[in-house]
Ligand binder design. Structure first.
Ligand SMILES: *[C@@H]1O[C@H](CO)[C@@H](O)[C@H](O)[C@H]1NC(C)=O
Ligand SMILES: *[C@@H]1O[C@H](CO)[C@@H](O)[C@H](O)[C@H]1NC(C)=O
Ligand SMILES: [Zn+2]
Length: 283
């Protein structure tokens, strides 16, 4: 997988940060106006935060870092994906078949929600989640202690945890499977500092790594506040103050996607080279 380094528009960033600081000093008391914590109740990051208080702490569970990303305890490397190539293979017919298995621990209704999340990929991308049938590599969907997934294909059965306690929502299913397909959080993108300001002073102690920046493969797509992989503005806040503010317009809505965005879908189609005559129909 090639990594595209976004060219930082340093001058532009500097100017917008400057104007932000000036503006913020006038408006600091009204910084959250129109943005109440409760409005983010259903955001991906709020749900993850709530469900993941004990994530990865069960027996035989992987280490969970960066909110909901499973990592190998021996490696402590969050991104083996880019280093070793972690895409799911493409079949001769152009589709990418990802075998799955769903634990019998779920109720019929929960199972249905998970199936809907899986099926949503087939309507807009060349990803096809198919029931496990002796394939070697597959996603093993289980209700472990929280919502988490490895990034990319790991080989053999890889657990994707969707806890019955707080993770069985279509957008969370999509979020965790996007990790399994190789995607990271939007706010960790290489070009995020041109698009959001991280307020580490408001971040809970020990949760700073959620806001790291990594060399993501942005596939030439613009930064996306509406990505189902983007955290909300109060993610991992220690004090009810924002931890992520969009720039230059701090009032832009971020991290409230209730489903994969147009850009999330486009990125899947780009990463997996889906047939563009079928899937790139937008203007
Ligand atoms: C998946 O989760 C189960 C239950 O915690 C665990 O026993 C198993 O070892 C895990 N599988 C892998 C490949 O880590
Ligand atoms: C892409 O899809 C179109 C329309 O179905 C088809 O005609 C074409 O052969 C496909 N191309 C590839 C490379 O699969
Ligand atoms: Zn995540």
């Amino acid at each position: 997988m090639h990594i595209r380094f976004q060219i930082a528009l340093l001058f532009g960033t500097f100017c917008s940060v400057q104007s932000f600081i000036i503006k913020a000093s006038y408006e600091s008391s009204a910084e959250n106006e129109g943005y109440l914590l409760k409005d983010d109740d259903f955001s991906v990051s709020t749900l993850l935060e709530r469900a993941n208080l004990n994530a990865g702490k069960g027996e035989n569970e992987p280490l969970v870092m960066f909110g909901d990303i499973a990592v190998d305890t021996d490696l402590k490397n969050a991104d083996p994906c880019t280093a070793r190539g972690c895409l799911w293979p493409k079949a001769p017919d152009g589709n990418v078949y990802v075998p799955f298995r769903i634990s019998s621990a779920y109720s019929a209704r929960e199972r249905n929600t998970i199936m809907q999340g899986l099926a949503s990929f087939a309507s807009s991308t060349c990803i096809r989640f198919v029931p496990l049938d002796r394939q070697e590599d597959f996603v093993d969907i289980q209700s472990l202690s929280g919502c988490f997934s490895f990034v990319g294909r790991r080989g053999q059965g890889q657990n994707v945890s969707l806890s019955r306690r707080g993770c069985v929502f279509t957008h969370i299913v999509q979020h965790e499977l996007l990790h399994a397909l190789g995607f990271d959080h939007e706010q960790t993108r290489s070009d995020r500092d041109q698009n959001v300001r991280i307020l580490l002073e408001n971040v809970m102690q020990g949760q700073e790594s959620n806001f790291r920046r990594i060399r993501t493969n942005n596939l030439g797509t613009p930064y996306d506040y509406n990505s189902v992989m983007h955290y909300g503005r109060f993610a991992f806040s220690s004090n009810g103050q924002p931890t992520i503010l969009p720039i230059p317009d701090e009032n832009a809505v971020i991290g409230r996607a209730s489903q994969m965005s147009t850009l999330d879908i486009r990125r899947v189609n780009l990463l997996y080279r889906c047939n563009s005559t079928i899937y790139d129909k937008e203007p």
